[in-house]
Design a protein around this ligand. Structure first.
Ligand code: NAG
Ligand code: NAG
Length: 548
């Protein structure tokens, strides 16, 4: 188990740290934190590249790495790939020289980056006069070409935690000794926990920065263009909706709350409003069949195409009432992106059914994605369009104070024109049993689609819908693969808590994956609202269709 988790961890980190790189450019330089250093600072086994083959990872650069009190020097590794040593100059500054005097380097301040791999360290020794957090700014300039003034500037920031003198390290003066000081176990645990937190922060930063990249490719204003030969990923100042946490205020306004039939009277009222005569419904073909649930294609009143959800004769009373209750949970949510209930029939109590309007060969989205012909014909643009339609539908639901709680491709439908609609989750437990799991209780839940707080505390809100929507987008990109197929449902809670997430699907553009990952922020308040998701998706849609 440990080994497997270890592998995931490396995979996840690999993904977090490197997934955002644009296609490789011809590079001149590698600059990174090697394995030992990342382990020491962040408690994870990975290399963290700031510059890989000349390509600068601004997201990594922007992350302020915390330097724990017991770490007294930090190391960088670099190598010139230009075929010759590259001149550099380094400047290190401390925000509080009284607490942390000017940090020291074990290479010269001006020199040449060798063509072989070199590790250098920056010593950070606190004066001990008082405890404080000190910001250390390390500026490295790499001169690619003196004649043309071709210089790249890289700025790294560290937050060094300093203790007061008598608390720990004052007695250790010999720099050689510093190397061998073993941190106490408690410190180590803090370090690892801190590392995980830091890593999550990286994800959030990366994601926010990336999503915030508007469609306009603004250049760093004011600054001279010095980085021409380095392909720099853009970090525009975040635009409006992304910078503040998405605190969603459901609108319980004057709009009638038509949806959520929690009360039996309300359910009965709806049933009587919607009752249709059985004889007007004609079934044409069976689309899906579970142990008791059935979905048919058919017509209503001879001319209207419908989907019919029903249960077999042997279904229990419980299954029957669930079909009705869930089947009408979205009744009244009038929106082009929501599958509307056309009618119900409970004439024959053993086999009631729910009718849905289904023009243009409407069928289940998950089944559609699983068709082999689908993966050959669906493009990224279409995936973005579908996501955007569903985001609008969910925005509509949320604006009426309704939380869906089971967003997944199995609960959506699609027609011949690739228009998608969100539907309720009736019969899904029966039709897609692999998507639901019992975690020791009798409740069968869509564990792999659920946010951490929904798993842990059964807390469902707008933000838990955003999480599931991220998984739905991942399903769209993978043509309905099972999310976290390798992870035991019982492990999911720990898995998510430890910061693991779904990997970037093959062929899924970074921008799209970033939007998904944004939905998987640990803290609900940091996840995007559907209004924000719509903006992100629309921006990306505009970007990718500009050249088409
Ligand atoms: C600087 O120090 C680090 C670790 O303290 C060591 O690995 C590295 O080889 C040193 N570099 C030079 C150029 O002396
Ligand atoms: C900077 O140097 C690189 C590599 O030598 C070169 O490809 C690039 O065009 C140069 N840029 C400028 C502005 O001279």
């Amino acid at each position: 188990m440990e080994a497997v988790l270890g592998k995931f961890r490396i995979l996840t980190i690999g993904l977090l740290l490197f997934a955002f790189a644009a296609p490789p450019a011809r590079g001149h330089l590698n600059l990174y934190l090697n394995l030992q250093e990342v382990m020491r600072l962040l408690g994870v086994s990975a290399e963290l590249y700031y510059v890989r083959e000349g390509q600068v990872n601004d997201y990594a650069l922007n992350f302020v790495v915390p330097v724990p009190a017991n770490v007294r020097d930090i190391a960088f590794t670099w190598q010139s790939l230009a075929g010759r040593p590259l001149p550099y100059s380094i400047n290190v500054q401390s925000s509080d020289p009284a607490v942390l005097p000017r940090p020291t380097l074990n290479i010269s301040q001006i020199g040449e980056i060798p063509t072989n791999v070199q590790t250098f360290s920056i010593g950070m020794k606190c004066s001990g006069i008082r405890p404080a957090e000190v910001e250390v700014t390390i500026t490295i300039e790499v001169i690619l070409n003196r004649a043309s003034n071709n210089i790249t500037e890289l700025v790294f920031r560290r937050k060094k935690i300093c203790m007061a003198a008598d608390q720990d390290d004052n007695n250790v003066d010999d720099p050689m000794l510093l190397e061998t000081v073993v941190p106490p176990p408690a410190g180590l645990i803090t370090l690892i926990v801190g590392g995980i937190l830091a890593l999550m922060l990286v994800v959030i930063l990366i994601v926010i920065a990336y999503c915030a990249r508007g469609p306009s490719k603004r250049q760093n204003h004011g600054q001279p263009m010095r980085t021409s030969s380095f392909q720099r990923l853009q970090t525009n100042p975040p635009c409006g909706p992304y910078i503040s946490p998405s605190i969603i205020a459901p609108i319980h306004s004057t709009l009638p709350r038509k949806i959520e039939p929690q009360q039996p009277e309300e359910l009965h009222r709806r049933i009587s409003e919607l009752t249709v005569e059985r004889c007007r419904v004609r079934l044409s073909s069976l689309l899906q069949e579970g142990t008791f649930g059935r979905v048919y294609k058919g017509t209503y009143n001879e001319n209207q195409d419908v989907l019919v959800k029903t249960v077999a004769q042997h279904a229990s009373q419980m299954q029957v009432s669930l079909l009705l209750q869930e089947g009408m949970s979205l009744y009244g949510a009038l929106h082009p992106g929501i599958l509307s209930v056309l009618g119900v029939s409970i004439e024959d109590h053993t086999t009631p059914f729910v009718l849905y309007q289904a023009m243009n060969n409407m069928r289940n989205l998950k089944m559609f994605l699983l068709e082999p012909s689908c993966s050959r014909s669906i493009t990224t643009i279409q995936i973005v369009m579908m996501s955007s339609q569903l985001a609008m539908a969910l925005g509509h639901l949320h604006s009426h104070g309704v939380v869906h709680k089971d967003i997944a491709t199995r609960n959506c439908v699609i027609d011949d024109q690739l228009r998608v609609k969100l539907s309720d989750s009736s019969l899904s437990r029966d039709l897609f049993p692999a998507d639901y799991n019992c975690l020791g209780d009798s409740e069968n839940r869509p564990v792999k689609w659920m946010s951490l707080e929904a798993l842990q505390k059964k807390q469902f809100a707008e933000a838990s819908d955003s999480w599931s929507f991220g998984v739905l987008m991942w399903e769209l990109c993978t043509f309905a693969k099972q999310p976290y197929a390798e992870v035991d449902p019982f492990e999911m809670e720990h898995y998510l808590k430890d910061g693991y997430r779904l990997a970037q699907p093959f062929n899924c553009p970074d921008e799209l994956f970033t939007i998904m990952a944004y939905c998987w922020a640990l803290l609900p308040a940091e996840r995007p609202s559907f209004a924000q998701l719509q903006v992100c998706l629309t921006d990306f849609y505009t970007q990718i269709t500009r050249y088409v």
